[in-house]
Design a protein around this ligand. Structure first.
Ligand SMILES: C[S@@+](CC[C@H](N)C(=O)[O-])C[C@H]1O[C@@H](n2cnc3c(N)ncnc32)[C@H](O)[C@@H]1O
Length: 296
């Protein structure tokens, strides 16, 4: 990792209001650089810009030659004239960071209404698609379909908030997406906030790229990289309706089941999650260790 990117991830990124944190920034970096090193080409797309924290990270990693298409409603905040201030603050962040926004590639509108051809006409097939827009089931369903239909064969989709109990419908949406793909897509990395998926044929390659981050020791420098639970601003129309409160036991059960099925998709070899998580080689030892841990 060169020192400019390091400084950006551990310092400049925090100056933009938003959510992506250093561990995920390092995953973005490894995946995008790994693709580049292997000549796995394609555009980059993001749903959910907010004030540009993840957008400018992508810009920093990819440089000004690569095409980054970004989609957002841009309806947050208000100026004295009553206009939403989100878009102008996003542009201002770009000027401040010395990475002016390419407005030709910014879509101001509802991602769920976009047609795949609108994206590919602008940037061709996509090699990296970050989904962090609307957090209700209909958004995740529509956004994941859009990503799937525009993705290059070797493309990666990064889903945000996949294990956040405040947004259980994201978890359910991602689990549904993986299940409906019938094994065509599987998860290869899960961080505190995000789940990364790719087509099965590329699972080994991306798993290896992630393992390299562990071996490089980069994550050890993320002392305060992981922040608390994240939620979208309350001004958004994303709040769960009353009937779907997060303390609803049925909803919670669905959330936990969905979490498990995402985890299963991460280990398509059929190895038990219990064994994998415990590091034990056989089922009996894994069960015994889990029972011991429960007693402690
Ligand atoms: C959690 S924020 C994105 C955070 C950003 N990726 C970061 O790392 O800082 C979610 C964004 O999604 C946008 N959004 C919500 N629903 C959307 C929709 N249907 N279409 C497009 N954008 C949407 C919101 O305006 C908000 O800016």
């Amino acid at each position: 990792m060169n020192s400019a990117i390091r400084k950006f991830i551990f310092h400049d990124l925090q100056t933009v209001e938003g959510y992506i944190d250093p561990p995920d920034a390092l995953v973005f970096l490894s995946l995008l650089q790994g693709q580049k090193d292997r000549n796995l080409v394609g555009g980059i797309a993001e749903i959910g810009v907010f004030y540009g924290r993840s957008y400018f990270l992508l810009r920093k990693i990819c440089g000004s030659d690569e095409q980054i298409l970004a989609i957002d409603l841009f309806d947050i905040g208000q100026t004295t004239e009553g206009m939403p201030s989100q878009y102008s603050r996003f542009l201002e962040n770009g000027r401040r960071l010395g990475m002016p926004v390419d407005e030709e590639l910014i879509v101001r509108g509802d991602s769920t209404r976009l047609d795949p051809a609108q994206l590919t006409a602008k940037i061709g097939k996509i090699r990296f698609f970050s989904i962090d827009g609307g957090h209700m089931l209909q958004h995740v369903t529509a956004d994941s379909r859009l990503a799937m239909e525009t993705l290059a064969d070797h493309g990666v989709i990064a889903f945000d908030d996949t294990f956040n109990p405040a947004w259980p419908e994201v978890t359910v949406g991602v689990a549904d997406f993986l299940r409906k793909s019938g094994g065509a897509f599987s998860a290869f990395c899960m961080t505190k906030y995000k789940t990364y998926v790719c087509r099965r044929e590329f699972h080994e390659l991306y798993t290896e790229l992630i393992a390299e981050i562990g071996r490089s020791g980069r994550l050890r420098s993320c002392r305060n990289g992981v922040s608390g639970l994240k939620s979208c601003p309350s001004s958004q129309p994303d709040q769960p309706p009353d009937g779907l409160r997060t303390d609803d036991p049925v909803r919670h059960e669905r959330f936990f089941r969905a979490r498990l099925s995402i985890a299963e998709c991460a280990w398509p070899t059929g190895q038990s999650i219990l064994r994998k998580a415990s590091g034990c080689r056989n089922k009996k030892a894994a069960r015994e260790r889990a029972a011991r841990q429960k007693l402690q």
